[in-house]
Design a binder for this molecule. Structure first.
Ligand code: HEC
Length: 243
């Protein structure tokens, strides 16, 4: 049932795209190496992670957002129905330009050539098993894995992944008991905050800039996490040791 409705919506999106003449933009074809003529898949992947991944799961991009549909699930059924990369590309492009008005997906998150690149990347990987290879494998720096954050002079800084992945750069942190200022630099354009669990310390949610909070820490181990829905579950969580 759901599949049927989804396909109907896609056909709607496709005919809308046709009406607007955008499908003409997809005259290019896929070559042997899997890249798509006139589309830059590396740029498409980077932009997908930055602009789309916070709301959509897509395994090849490593994205874990849950507020929108899982794009692997959405398009694996389309592949079974022989939509092919071309058909899927048209749907994704149409969706970027004309998302459902009542849904939280903003229109035109990417435009022009960038929209073409994102649609091409998604159509090349969504619902396909395996991993990105070659230039695509290294298109986005792995998130997390930063050195532990260490509070200095009462200031603790924990950064959001600058590429838009749902992770902090530092997944562990240390501080001493007493007054603390907490900062979260966020260059990603994706909304995030830091909440230190079991304390009142919590920064506001910001998309760009440095979110700040202050409070007093007691000795112990604390979890810190992003309270934007889905982000903690996706891995935006760490452990703070106070001693
Ligand atoms: C704020 C969250 C959010 C962001 C950011 C977002 N989406 Fe979505 N997206 C959604 C939601 C919610 C839906 C389902 C409602 C709809 O169809 O508009 C959706 C639907 C879709 C669909 C249709 C899937 C289906 O099952 O039919 C595609 C394709 C898609 N998005 C691609 C993208 C791409 C590409 C980007 C980045 C340019 C993006 N989305 C950014 C929330 C988001």
């Amino acid at each position: 049932m759901i599949e049927q409705r989804r396909n109907l919506r896609w056909r709607g999106a496709l005919s809308l795209a046709l009406a607007a003449g955008v499908v003409v933009a997809f005259a290019g074809c896929t070559n042997d190496s899997g890249s798509v003529d006139s589309a830059n898949l590396v740029n498409g992947k980077q932009l997908f992670v930055q602009k789309c991944g916070a709301c959509h799961v897509m395994a090849r991009a490593g994205s874990k957002g849950v507020s929108g549909p899982n794009l692997d699930e959405a398009f694996s059924s389309a592949r079974q129905e022989n939509w092919g990369d071309e058909g899927i590309r048209g749907v994704v492009y149409g969706q970027i330009l004309y998302p459902n008005k009542n849904a939280p997906m903003p229109a035109n998150l990417v435009t022009g050539q960038d929209a073409t690149d994102v649609a091409a990347y998604v159509s090349t990987v969504a619902g396909k098993p395996g991993k990105d290879v070659g230039l695509l494998a290294s298109a986005v720096a792995p998130a997390g894995g930063g050195k532990p954050a260490v509070a200095k002079n009462g200031l603790l800084s924990i950064s959001a992944d600058p590429n838009g992945q749902l992770l902090y750069v530092e997944s562990t942190a240390t501080a001493t008991p007493g007054p603390i200022k907490l900062e979260m630099p966020n260059k990603s354009g994706v909304p995030h905050n830091v909440v230190i669990e079991d304390t009142p310390i919590q920064t506001p949610v910001i998309k760009n800039g440095v979110a700040k909070a202050a409070g007093t820490l007691k000795a112990g181990k604390f979890v810190y996490f992003c309270s934007v829905p889905g982000h903690r579950e996706a891995g935006m969580v760490g452990e703070l040791t106070v001693r």
